[in-house]
Design a protein around this ligand. Sequence first.
Ligand code: AMP
Ligand code: ZN
Length: 121
Amino acid sequence: MRESASVASANINKTMSDCIFCKIIAKQIPSEFIYEDDLCVAFKDINPKAKYHFLIVPKAHIPAVSDIEESNSALMGHLIFVAKKLGLEKNLAHYKLQFNVGRGAGQEVFHIHLHLMSDAT
Ligand code: AMP
Ligand code: ZN
């Protein structure tokens, strides 16, 4: 793991036993990863809201963007960089990136995830 994106921070649990994304990351729930590295995975959203709808998810359990600390900055930037790589790989001319933060904003899974959504042809 790269030191600059260290996730050894007090706000993070490595995994949470009752978290669906931790279970996917631990391969306890079947899911097809379209990307994986030391820090994050990406997989297709089970209920896509666009032609292409991927979730980019850090391996560390952080509930929401409202929980991140400055030490998580590199990790959060990495999620965006991975989104860019997926956009290139899938040849997407345009796409939206979205974090839902809090129930009022539509967050349902409390393990940070970056939505990549595109209707590009
Ligand atoms: P949010 O509303 O921002 O918390 O987004 C959660 C997203 O996770 C939704 O778009 C769901 O469709 C998606 N989701 C929930 N469970 C799964 C799963 N098992 N595999 C893939 N995507 C999932
Ligand atoms: Zn989790």
